[in-house]
Design a protein around this ligand. Structure first.
Ligand code: NAD
Ligand code: GLY
Length: 378
């Protein structure tokens, strides 16, 4: 078991849970589950590539803790995030005779986590669920907060709020993550700093812009993610997201801040064609556009928008819309956002670095004009 794990507790009363962040955490999952008395029969949901690297230490730890477990391998990728895959998870759970005391363990990124969580939410009307995130996106965002689901006629339109009982984030797994996926995770980390924590934003600025880090995981020819900054990013993101979720689990208020950059981002992702722009890349461009909109509205200093853009660019994230993007198509896609209410677009915007707001009163012509300008600048 790891000695050096940092513990973040998500304060949701009876549904609260520990998030452990450290090195070698995959091998401690069994002991942690046993300590929480989560169940004696489990199914690990993962994909073949992740299983090859990390299933063995996980299964060994479950065995050592007296937890009988099998593996359900699901196909990798966002295009398999659908109900057909959920059915496969349920069938595997039935085949292993998991009952309402059984546990689903998600070993992987956000795709695996969102689906295993949704499968757990419905199986026997809801069973225990453990997140073992192996991407930076999953460590800093998707494994915490209980949003689970699949794509159906649109992204994540079928799902449930279903909190995990335990999250074990193993920083060692980031070593095998492709650089592009690492950068995508940093987009969500930068987002957390931009909306909630100026000190965190400034620490990222220092690590990537002012005194670029070398050593650790390579991000660009000039910039790396050091072990210290990686750990800080995961711990602080889980603390910040945990506080927001504890105060507003069902997104009736401040949780919408976590969507900063996402209304522009989702629309860009959809218009580029899913898979072309990765989610974190779309969020990076979306945050830059949302910050510029804040400046146009007179809510945000231009220098703050520039600082945000500089951090995203420094880690190698895109900050400009892809060449050939049609502003009218992006604008139309933004109107279909989940947050829109009665045709009114609701955008999360910054009022300062570390402070956000949700505004429904931006004139549509202002958004369209910003998009037209951005599409000329590509
Ligand atoms: P992902 O799960 O598709 O993983 C990216 C790729 O990395 C996959 O090919 C995966 O097999 C591979 N991989 C995973 N771990 C690896 C490792 N350690 N080494 C090498 N390869 C590894 O992508 P993601 O960015 O983790 O998650 C994106 C998904 O998460 C989207 O579906 C999004 O909707 C969802 N999401 C959910 C929430 C939430 O709150 N529930 C928040 C953010 C994102
Ligand atoms: N990823 C946004 C949220 O969890 O609310």
């Amino acid at each position: 078991m790891t000695e050096d794990a940092t513990l973040v507790t998500i304060e949701l009363g009876e549904r609260g849970y520990p998030v452990r962040i450290g090195h070698g955490e995959v091998a401690s999952v069994g002991a942690q589950m046993a300590a929480l008395d989560l169940g004696r029969r489990a199914l690990v949901v993962t994909n073949a590539a992740i299983a090859r690297r990390y299933a063995h230490p996980l299964l060994d730890s479950l065995d050592a803790a007296g937890i009988e477990a099998g593996v359900a391998e699901i196909p990798a990728g966002e295009r398999y995030k659908h109900l057909g895959t959920i059915e496969k998870i349920w069938s595997a759970a039935m085949a292993r005779r998991l009952d309402r005391h059984g546990v689903l363990i998600a070993l992987g990124g956000g795709v695996v986590g969102d689906m295993a969580g949704f499968a757990a939410a419905c199986y026997y009307r809801g069973i225990s669920f453990v997140q073992v995130p192996t991407t930076l996106v999953a460590m800093v965002d998707s494994s915490v907060g209980g949003k689970t689901g699949v794509n159906f006629h649109g992204k994540n339109l079928i799902g449930a709020f279903w909190q995990p009982n335990l999250v074990c984030a193993d920083l060692d797994t980031l070593a095998s993550l492709p650089t592009r996926e690492l950068r995508c995770g940093l987009a969500e980390v930068i987002k957390h700093g931009a909306i909630l924590d100026l000190a965190m934003f400034e620490r990222l600025e220092s690590a990537f812009v002012t005194r670029p880090e070398r050593g650790g995981l390579r991000l660009t020819a000039k910039v790396s993610l050091s072990p210290d900054t990686a750990r800080y990013s995961v711990v602080r993101s889980c603390q910040l997201k945990g506080q927001v979720v504890a105060a507003d689990e069902r997104e009736s208020g401040q949780r919408a801040w976590l969507n900063f950059g996402h209304t522009f981002g989702h629309a860009l992702e959809a218009t580029a064609g899913y898979g072309k722009l990765h989610h974190g890349e779309a969020v990076s461009i979306g945050m830059v556009l949302a910050a510029r909109l804040g400046v146009l509205r007179g809510d945000l200093e231009a220098s703050d928008a520039q600082r945000l853009e500089a951090v995203c660019a420094a880690v190698g994230l895109p900050t400009k819309v892809p060449a050939g993007t049609d502003p009218e198509v992006v604008f139309a896609a933004m109107g279909r956002d989940k947050k829109a209410r009665e045709g009114q677009m609701r955008l999360t915007l910054l009022t300062a670095l570390g402070q956000a707001t949700v505004a429904a009163d931006t004139p549509p012509e202002m958004i369209l004009s910003l998009l037209r300008q951005a599409c000329v600048e590509t």
